[in-house]
Design a protein around this ligand. Structure first.
Ligand code: CP
Length: 309
């Protein structure tokens, strides 16, 4: 079986490769503003979207990216498949491959599920979120948005605030941002920050009011209640009081902060509505950039040439 390219995570992905994806995404972003938003790039390629966990943004964004590049698309939902009858992940995907497909986008609750597929399938595999491990296209669209708004990543201070322990978005952002030369702060209750995370090149804080004056960007993360064991913090109200990003808290910023959130948001918990909808929020621009980033990843994995600055 010929060696295929994959996007399984950002851990270990070199700076030039991240830059190539972001530069290519910038070109595709322009296509999204055209009256006719379709390119023939992936004509004849078949992409399967395998979603074993709920998703709004990532699933729709990948599907739109594939459609914009003229791929043939198959959408798989675990809840209506033979997984319900006891079929394993490997058997499911081997059956799908037998129908002659080229690329697989997978979201799964088990860390490492995309890596497993990359070893058994003759297809390009893209990780759309594997448990609490990585969510590389989310971090790429976050980096694209920061670069678009602030003009660079090198030297920018990005604070990831919230449930760092259970967040695949945090892990991919840490790998990607540190590779690109950003300063990364993580902030949350000690029960929601992994031990020895400093070894990944980040600074740890437990007081959000110390972080706000230092940051250029706040990337506010949801409490991943579905992955947490009980008792990691007293109550949602207390979490909001100590870590919720509110307009009053942002008044302590020494300069306007870029407000980001990967979604889905829990308004009134990790972010107040007035901050989510404020003039400094780029949350919906992140979503738009997500389509361009996913077009770039699909295009490059399929053998396209990157845009080099
Ligand atoms: N950001 C993100 O992964 O959102 P979804 O869970 O809706 O895909």
């Amino acid at each position: 079986m010929a060696e295929k390219k994959h996007l399984l995570g950002l851990d270990g992905v070199p700076r030039e490769e991240i830059e190539a994806i972001l530069n290519t995404a910038r070109s595709f972003r322009e296509v999204l503003d055209r009256p006719i938003k379709r390119l023939p790039t992936l004509q004849g390629k078949t992409v399967v979207n395998l979603f074993f966990e709920p998703s709004t943004r990532t699933r729709i964004s990948f599907e739109l990216a594939e459609k914009r590049l003229s791929a043939d698309i198959v959408n798989f939902s675990a809840s209506t498949s033979s997984v319900k009858k006891g079929e394993t992940l490997i058997d499911t995907v081997k059956n799908i491959q037998a129908m002659k497909i080229d690329m697989v986008v997978i979201r799964h609750s088990s860390p490492g599920a995309p890596h497993l597929l990359s070893r058994v399938l003759d297809a390009n595999i893209i990780n759309a979120g594997d448990g609490g491990h990585e969510h590389p296209t989310q971090a790429l669209l976050d980096m694209m948005t920061i670069r678009e708004k602030l003009g660079k990543l090198e030297g920018v201070t990005v604070a990831l605030v919230g449930d760092i322990s259970h967040s695949r978005v945090a892990m991919s952002n840490i790998h990607g941002l540190t590779t690109m030369g950003a300063r990364v702060l993580v902030c949350g209750p000690s029960t929601l920050i992994p031990r020895e995370i400093e070894k990944l090149g980040v600074e740890v804080y437990h007081n959000v009011d110390e972080v706000i004056p230092q940051a250029d960007v706040l990337n506010i993360l949801r409490l991943q209640l579905e992955r947490q064991r009980k008792g990691l913090f007293p109550s949602l109200r207390e979490y909001h009081n100590y870590f919720g990003i509110t307009r009053e808290r942002l008044e302590k910023a020494t300069r306007p902060l870029l407000i980001m959130h990967p979604g889905p948001m829990n308004r009134g918990v990790e972010i107040s509505s007035d901050v989510a909808d404020s003039e400094h929020s780029v949350i919906l621009e992140q979503v738009t950039n997500g389509v361009a980033v996913r077009m770039a990843v699909l295009y490059l994995l399929a053998g396209g040439q990157s845009e080099i600055n």
